[in-house]
Design a protein around this ligand. Structure first.
Ligand code: PXP
Length: 241
């Protein structure tokens, strides 16, 4: 079975926020992605609200037929903003105001005491928790110890390899981490920086059940339309029989 595709629509909101108006509407993009066959929609409610706004969460929750995954920082303010919308999953990510996009995975080992409380709070609200982690054994083991539902493996280092570099080491780290996580009973997702050119080998990792992809799909959608961009990615992640 091929991995499912979760489409991150943050950058539709980035375009809208560039003019502070109503267009393009992220919900419209989400519905097109849904009709093109994606299995979920992801948004990142950043502390600085640079793209997705609270009202987007409300609208998405009302109209989507596929699960909504909300990425957020593990802070009291983020929990307070996200929990009332009851997304299906909350993905905890590190967040700093200066970064252009998420930089690296969470340090679950360092933050274990804090994350334990956050995961408990989400669970009490019936929201599953996924931890965005680098493919490092100690981090994966900690996710299992903290009883997270899933890990999302950070494919950023693999995706950022210079053109022509040998990807085998980074792929082996992702493969090993996926195997570890699955053995420990965690659901395994992956994402960051994936595009039509580099996604194939990651999609072939058997334990990975879902890929979260945003920037490259939205960038392609500007040129060929949202549904076609999602369909192209679905074709690219289809596992060979
Ligand atoms: N997964 C996580 C945890 C992220 O923070 C992001 C970026 O918002 C993505 C996946 C998607 O990354 P990209 O936009 O590079 O496809």
């Amino acid at each position: 079975m091929s991995p499912r595709l979760g489409v991150n629509i943050d950058h539709v909101a980035t375009l809208r926020q560039a003019r502070g108006g109503r267009e393009p509407e992220p919900v419209a993009a989400a519905l097109l992605a849904q009709s093109a066959g994606c299995s979920g929609i992801t948004v990142h409610l950043r502390m600085d609200r640079r793209h997705i706004q609270d009202k987007d969460l409300r609208l998405l929750r009302e109209v989507l037929a596929v699960p909504l995954n909300v990425e957020c920082a593990a802070t009291p303010e983020a929990l307070e903003a996200v929990i009332p919308f009851k997304p299906h999953t909350a993905t905890l990510v590190p967040e700093s105001r200066e970064e252009l996009t998420t930089q690296g995975g969470l340090d679950a080992v360092f933050l274990q005491a804090h994350l334990k409380g956050v995961i408990r709070e989400f669970r009490q609200s019936d929201i599953k928790t996924s931890l965005f982690l680098d493919p490092v054994p100690d981090q994966i083991k900690m996710a299992a110890k903290l009883e997270a539902d899933a890990v999302e493996l950070n494919t950023g280092t693999y995706s950022d390899l210079p053109l022509g570099a040998d990807p085998s080491y980074e792929l082996s780290r992702l493969r090993d981490a996926a195997r570890w996580a699955s053995k420990l009973g965690l659901r395994v997702l992956a994402g960051h920086g994936l595009n039509l050119r580099n996604v194939g080998p990651v999609a072939e990792i058997p334990e990975i059940e879902e890929l979260n992809i945003g920037h490259s799909i939205v960038g392609r959608a500007v040129l060929v339309g949202f549904e076609r961009a999602v369909q192209e990615m679905l074709t690219a992640i289809a596992r060979k029989p």
